[in-house]
Design a protein around this ligand. Structure first.
Ligand code: SF4
Ligand code: SF4
Length: 427
């Protein structure tokens, strides 16, 4: 099977094998081997939970630095909705955008604007009677990946529209090509990322063949310079800015609120999302119209590459979203043009990733399940983690997959040693 690309990486020198990440990983993608964490690539959904919980900062994200801007004639920064939550509500965001521009960009695009476009597009799609309920939001790439990996039967529930990040890149790149007569490859589009899931989705997009985005910088790595630059801004520049509801997509529930769907369920935190997806899979939530699942606590404001406390950032965005300003730029003509250009819809079917199945051959898979159940019975069920797997069940699976031995369990090992001693060293 082809390896997934993923943006979360481990610095082995910093890792001290403490097992925090292994215990918290929602897909059981981490093992401890030789006192170091090891990530199983095809299981990782880049949710960033391991980055958040590592006390030694041994997990990081592969992002670009600003030197890549020299590779393009014209550079565009896409500023995420969550950036609004990183500054106090009385901050002049035009100055912040100028601070971003001064990093070396020619243009800054507010991702909330494309959230505004998607708000209207999704509202229209939800009017159709032929939708599998609940319709699942396609906004969070970590949630899309967990559906591919663990809940493939729910793929048809996902609404087939691109994320605001991608739609924004398409709008702004197309516009720059038209206005300045530049070639597609002359323009660099960079996302100011709040999470590894977005970085991965630039490199391995879901639902489209390739992304219009050329790379990403983490908010954390450039925040200090943005603040410094913003303080020095001389000339007041006005940027095209999102409506308060568009900005609201940056917090959990903001997307459903903007769309105006009444019967929705918004859930944040990957573990909670998984529990709700289990319920949906069992057919228990077909009375819900729209499910907005977000991997991070609080929504994108909780992304591990942000700087502000997610609860504070969420409250700020909620306050912004409550104001009733309209977005002038969103007239029907503009939306129709975007829709006509096909800048919103997915073009590729998303496929299940059967990394959780034990074997592609059904007969062999059944045998392996029997073996797994047998091994599970032998293990103590304490989920102590000292074998280097997050649970007894995960160790049993590793044994069936030939990636571990049952004696990695210290209880089994001790029992075997006792037995050996009992029979005078012979077993
Ligand atoms: S990013 Fe998420 S899925 Fe990947 S190893 Fe870390 S915790 Fe696990
Ligand atoms: S909730 Fe937002 S920040 Fe968190 S993983 Fe999903 S897209 Fe990224």
């Amino acid at each position: 099977m082809k390896e997934y690309f993923h943006s979360v990486v481990l610095d082995k020198h910093k890792c001290n094998g403490c097992t925090n990440c292994m215990r918290k990983c929602p897909t059981e993608a981490i093992r401890i081997r030789d006192k170091k964490a090891v990530i199983t690539k095809d299981r990782c959904i880049d949710c960033g939970e391991c980055i958040r919980v590592c006390p030694y900062h041994a997990k990081d994200v592969i992002v670009d630095d600003l030197s890549v801007l020299k590779n393009y004639k014209y550079n565009i920064a896409i500023s995420p909705m969550s950036l609004y939550g990183q500054f106090s509500v009385d901050t002049d965001m035009n100055k912040v955008f100028s601070g971003i521009k001064a990093l070396g960009f020619d243009c800054v695009f507010d991702e909330g604007l494309s959230a505004d476009v998607l708000t209207i597009a999704i509202r229209n799609i939800l009017k159709s009677n032929n939708l599998q309920k609940p319709v699942i939001s396609s906004f969070c790439p970590a949630v899309l990946r967990i559906i591919q990996v663990r809940f493939p039967s729910l793929i048809d529930n996902i609404i087939e529209v691109e994320s605001p990040m991608e739609v924004g890149a398409r709008i702004v790149k197309t516009k720059a090509m038209k206005e300045y007569g530049l070639d597609f490859n002359d323009i660099g589009v960079f996302y100011l990322a709040q999470c590894p899931a977005r970085v991965t989705s630039i490199n391995r997009p879901i639902g489209i063949r390739s992304s219009y985005i050329n790379g990403a910088m983490s908010i954390k790595s450039i925040y200090g310079d943005i603040v410094k630059n913003a303080k020095k801004v001389q000339k007041d520049e006005e940027y095209m800015r999102a409506s308060p509801k568009g900005v609201g997509w940056g917090r959990a529930g903001g997307q459903s609120y903007a769309i105006g769907v009444e019967n929705y369920l918004a859930v944040d935190g990957i573990e909670h999302v998984i529990k709700v997806l289990e319920e949906i899979e069992l057919g228990k939530l077909s009375n819900i119209d729209y499910f907005e699942g977000l991997a991070c606590i609080g929504g994108c404001v909780g992304g591990p590459l942000n700087v502000e406390n997610p609860f504070i950032a969420k409250a700020r965005i909620r306050n912004i979203a409550r104001t009733s300003e309209k977005c002038d730029f969103l007239n029907n003509e503009f939306i129709n043009e975007i829709l006509a250009q096909g800048l919103i819809n997915w073009t590729e079917k998303i496929t299940p990733k059967g990394v959780m199945t034990l074997d592609d051959d059904i007969a062999k898979a059944i045998k392996k399940i029997e073996m797994l159940n047998q091994i599970r019975k032998e293990l103590p069920g304490t989920d102590c983690g000292s074998c280097g797997a997050p649970s007894c069940n995960a160790l049993a699976e590793d044994v069936v997959r030939d990636k571990a031995k049952i004696e990695d369990c210290i209880f089994i090992l001790k029992e075997k040693i006792r037995e050996k001693e009992k029979y005078g060293g012979k077993l």
